[in-house]
Design a protein around this ligand. Structure first.
Ligand code: HEM
Length: 181
């Protein structure tokens, strides 16, 4: 399936590319984030710098993704999916978007509040949007970690549901994002 327009059964090619690219980027950021906070090894600082720069890219990516999503309605779920499951699917997708925005925004702002410059890939310093404030840094740091936990749970439920549709129900829902007929 290589169509570039949304059909009633498949997401657009642009939406599918963004979905898989963002999935790879976000899982890498989550793993990097969790391993960074467990370690004081010398590579910690290198990973932290990469985490911040790729985190900013994730924020740009989710904006692009939301624009694509709003311009192209998602294919309808099959009629065999009960209404309550369709509602849960809609709410979980909204929560996934909320987490995709909240993670990089809290990460960015906590660095501002800590007074630490965000150097984008050693190229230039990004502007600070908040004044230095230790209490605010504490709150944002806590939020960054808590939202990450919620995000991981949501991703696990999301992957579980997708595989259930693809392997058990075989109702075309997984194919709508892989592009397979
Ligand atoms: C989608 C984007 C992002 C994801 C998924 C993500 C994920 C994570 C995770 C899972 C942690 C560990 C949290 C914990 O266990 O307490 C973490 C820590 C951290 N993140 Fe992010 N992050 C993102 C974006 C950003 C951005 C944009 C910045 C800053 C510009 C940033 C800065 C940090 C810092 C400074 C830490 C703490 C490291 C430490 O205490 O050693 N993150 N991140």
């Amino acid at each position: 399936m290589s169509q570039s327009l949304a059909t009633s059964t498949h997401y657009t090619r642009a939406a599918r590319i963004m979905h898989w690219a963002m999935a790879f980027l976000l899982l890498s950021l989550l793993f990097a984030g969790l391993s960074m906070v467990q370690s004081l090894a010398p590579w910690h600082l290198t990973l932290l710098g990469l985490h911040k720069s790729f985190g900013v890219i994730a924020l740009i990516g989710v904006v692009i993704r939301l624009v694509i999503r709003l311009r192209n309605p998602a294919p309808a779920l099959p009629a065999s999916v009960p209404a309550w499951q369709q509602r849960i699917a809609r709410v979980s997708h909204i929560l996934l978007y909320a987490a995709m925005f909240a993670m990089p925004i809290t990460g960015y702002l906590m660095q501002n509040a800590a007074g630490r410059p965000i150097v984008f890939f050693d190229l230039f310093v990004l502007p600070a949007l908040l004044p230095i404030s230790l209490p605010l840094y504490g709150i944002l740091r806590e939020l960054h970690g808590l939202i990450a936990l919620g995000f991981i749970l949501l991703i696990l439920v999301h992957i579980g549901a997708a595989l259930h549709h693809g392997w058990v129900k075989r109702d075309g829902v997984l194919n709508s994002m892989t592009g397979k007929e």
